[in-house]
Write a protein that binds this ligand. Structure first.
Ligand SMILES: Cc1ccc2c(c1)c1c3c(c(C)cc1n2CCCN)C(=O)NC3=O
Length: 278
């Protein structure tokens, strides 16, 4: 069992504003008392009763920590420290103060395809590294793609939130039905054995949204969305894709492949003409 620092996190960090919250607990801005440096504190309530829906299993926190400690890359958020009290674990994470990628794009008139490619390249570089270490994120969505800062003209992409991530071991079969309906791959819905290819489906959905502002499979309800994903029913509506190049559409089509073995890997995406030619 992993041992985290038993000291009180508030002895080392001033706890600031809430940045986000979820079933797991909260993410808050924290300030390191010695250096004055700002970090993000992910406060995780540890589940005391096995069937409780609130909080998280300690074992899943250990998995998230082990994965974050092993995938260190410029496009992946870094983990600095871990504290534990009787009912809570606190991850001290790199603060990515540029906010969510999609908020950055929403603030711009419209995103040039060349700008979308630059963002996609960084996302793929982070994924290529992670997948090369046999780690899948399993919760890739716009909310988990953030920018290092708001000011520079081409801010750094940071992949965050490894709460559903998994490290594959040789010969191991892994199934999970977790994730967000709009972005999850058909094999997740069908509870089939998963691989890093499930992340690549999510990248296809994210690219489709980046270029059109539309979500390819979104229905009126989660059930309808899941049916659309399983049917792999989507189109490039000319009203929203008139500016998109044919290479961009080909890139998306090679990711929204129902068969995970047919889908491009992160490595193959970085060699695709849409990415390579830019
Ligand atoms: C400036 C800002 C605003 C909201 C933030 C974050 C940073 C943030 C961060 C992280 C997580 C897991 C969630 C976060 N959230 C919650 C929303 C994430 N989509 C994190 O790991 N580092 C962050 O800066």
């Amino acid at each position: 069992m992993a041992v985290f620092k038993p000291e009180n996190v508030e002895d080392f960090y001033e706890i600031g504003e809430v940045l986000g919250s979820g079933h797991f607990g909260q993410v808050r801005q924290v300030r390191e008392r010695t250096s004055g440096v700002f970090w993000a504190g992910k406060f995780l309530k540890i589940r005391k009763i096995a069937c409780s829906r609130l909080g998280v299993e300690r074992s899943s926190v250990e998995r998230e920590v082990e994965i974050l400690q092993s995938v260190q890359h410029p496009n992946i958020v870094t983990l600095k420290d871990v504290f534990e009290s009787r009912s809570e674990v606190v991850l001290i994470l790199e603060l990515v103060s540029g906010g969510e990628l999609f908020d950055f794009i929403a603030e711009k008139e419209n995103l040039l395809e060349s700008e979308a490619i630059e963002f996609m390249k960084q996302i793929l570089e982070g994924l290529r590294f992670m997948h090369g270490s046999n780690v899948a994120h399993f919760d890739l969505k716009p909310e988990n793609i953030m920018l290092s800062d708001k000011v520079s003209s081409n801010p750094n992409i940071k992949l965050i939130d490894f709460g559903l991530a998994h490290r594959f071991h040789q010969g191991e079969e892994y199934k999970s039905t977790s994730g967000t309906p709009q972005y999850i791959a058909p094999e997740v819905i069908n509870c089939e054995p998963l691989s890093t290819a499930a992340d690549m489906w999510s990248i296809g959905v994210i690219t489709y949204i980046l270029l059109s502002g539309l979500s390819p499979f979104q229905g009126e309800t989660d059930e309808e969305t899941l049916r659309n994903v399983l049917a792999t029913k989507y189109e490039f509506d000319e009203r929203y894709f008139s500016m998109a190049s044919s290479m961009a559409k080909d890139f998306i089509q090679k990711l929204l492949e129902r068969n995970p073995n047919e889908r491009m890997t992160a490595e193959e995406c970085l060699l695709h003409p849409w990415i390579k030619m830019s």
